[in-house]
Design a protein around this ligand. Structure first.
Ligand code: UDP
Length: 457
């Protein structure tokens, strides 16, 4: 998408520098690097502070400056998936190192306008205040999930987490329509108290920021925008989907297996279900086997990303029954990691069974691909509910991983029929709105940043 027609203020501040600090997980690195590219294309100079853990590859971005801080996160398999632990280290042990690095940059450059840090690195707010530099928070997920996170302390006060709610699992949460009790209770990762504290600190840190950026777009989130402005009275910019400007392929931490594209080339138009649960989700062997039999029984061709680490305690495919591989034969293709954006734009792909990660949802919407939604934790439970009940762009699996429900959802999404057709029509409508997206909101962000450094020309 072209980024022409820059406003006067944007031209005026061509030499400003912005410092960005991404959260070192795939679904957070991708949008931060894309945002860096968007801002660079508007004339800003970019410096990226990054951790050793899941480090981006600086050689891919000669137009940015990179500054490594030692983070103390062990580069082992456990850390790769232990989000709470990494978040804790980044917001505690890492803070002095981030502060030192930022302090040095501020001394070395007099053109720094602001820092943009992931909303989940909430401790960067206090560092920014100490050093007297404005901080803009980047929230890499949906507005609807952000507002749900913001409401969790109130739900907790109402006894939401202490009462035995198992019997009310399917009931609506009256405070947060259209969510069900199970959607809210499914948000936490392992430890409830730790999750709620981190989420709350993230929300409070965001309130103190000088600005807030979302990787989302107005037409999709309309029902929640007024609510957002009412509760978060800070300048807010909805400038997504970022990947429409710059692809996420360059920031992939794992090697994308291009054989998946060659396999798709051999398949019929809209015939293949693409299945991927993102970079962090983990499941047990029992669930993997339900997924496998759901795919096999649906009789539809599929491209399945089984990331090493997807199944706890297993290397890769050893938990899959031989019979599954025999039955599906050439109808299925399994890879460890795929070039997802390219896969979704391939004519052979007719549906996407996703874990409801926000980048995956945006990528699917932009390619007009109907979704089947699972969810594992965090924003995924909220995103999948919105896909099913509000935006009606796909089907949420309500029973977790259960082969009959999976088979039925795959048939509904993949086979021609009213359900699929209605979803495709809604996707076409949304896609038109995204394609018509002007660079107005990016220009407003650009102008906003320029006000921090109006003396720099
Ligand atoms: N992705 C990819 N190859 C894959 C699966 C995912 O390149 O095989 C990319 C995908 O395009 C997206 C990101 O990884 O940009 C995953 O982000 P998301 O928010 O969907 O989920 P997360 O990994 O954070 O749970």
């Amino acid at each position: 998408m072209s980024m022409d027609n820059p406003s006067k203020a944007t031209q005026h501040t061509k030499t400003c520098r912005i410092i960005l600090f991404p959260l070192p997980f795939q679904g957070h690195i991708n949008p931060m690097i894309q945002l860096a590219d968007i801002l660079h294309s508007k004339g800003f100079k970019i410096s990226i502070i990054h951790t050793q853990f899941n480090s981006p590859d600086p050689s891919k971005y000669p137009h940015f400056m990179f500054h490594l801080i030692p983070d103390g996160v062990p580069e082992d398999q456990a850390s790769k998936h232990d989000i709470l632990r990494v978040l804790h280290i980044l917001n505690t042990d890492c803070v002095p190192l981030f502060s030192e690095c930022l302090g040095k940059l501020l001394s070395a450059h007099d053109d720094i306008a602001c820092i943009i840090t992931d909303a989940m690195i909430y401790s960067s707010q206090a560092v920014a205040e100490d050093l007297g530099i404005p901080r803009i928070a980047l929230r890499t997920s949906s507005v609807c999930s952000f507002l749900t996170f913001a409401a969790l302390p109130v739900l907790r006060e109402k006894g939401f987490y202490s009462d035995n709610l198992d019997s009310r699992w399917e009931e609506p949460v009256v405070e947060l329509p259209p969510l069900k009790v199970k959607d809210v209770l499914g948000i936490h990762i392992r430890n409830l108290d730790d999750t709620l504290k981190i989420v709350n600190d993230m929300v409070e840190g965001t309130k103190k920021a000088s600005g807030l950026i979302f990787n989302t777009f107005q037409d999709l989130e309309e029902p929640n925008i007024a609510n957002l402005h009412e509760h978060f009275r800070l300048p807010t910019f909805l400038i997504g989907p970022f990947h429409k400007f710059f692809s996420a392929a360059s920031s992939s931490l794992l090697t994308q297996d291009r054989s998946s594209i060659y396999w798709l080339d051999t398949q019929k138009t809209s015939s293949v279900l693409y299945v991927s649960f993102g970079s962090l989700a983990a499941m047990d062997e029992k669930d993997l086997i339900e997924v496998a039999w759901g795919l096999a029984n649906s009789m539809q061709p599929f491209l399945w990303v089984v990331r090493p680490g997807l199944v706890q305690g297993s290397e890769w495919l050893e938990s899959l029954p031989d019979e599954f591989l025999e039955v599906t034969g050439k109808r299925g293709y399994i890879v460890k990691w795929a070039p997802q954006q390219e896969v979704l734009s391939h004519p052979a792909v007719g549906g996407f069974w996703t874990h409801s990660g926000w980048n995956s949802i945006l990528e699917s919407i932009c390619e007009g691909v109907p979704m089947i939604c699972s969810s594992f934790f965090g924003d995924q439970t909220v995103n999948s509910r919105y896909i099913n009940d509000v935006w009606r762009l796909g089907i949420k699996l309500e029973c977790g991983f259960e082969r009959e429900e999976i088979e039925s959802a795959i048939r509904k999404i993949m086979l021609e029929g009213e359900g699929r057709q209605d979803i495709i029509e809604r996707l076409v409508c949304l896609k038109e709105k995204i394609d018509g997206f002007s660079s107005t909101s990016v220009n407003s962000l650009s102008d906003f940043i320029s006000t921090f450094k109006s003396s720099v020309v």
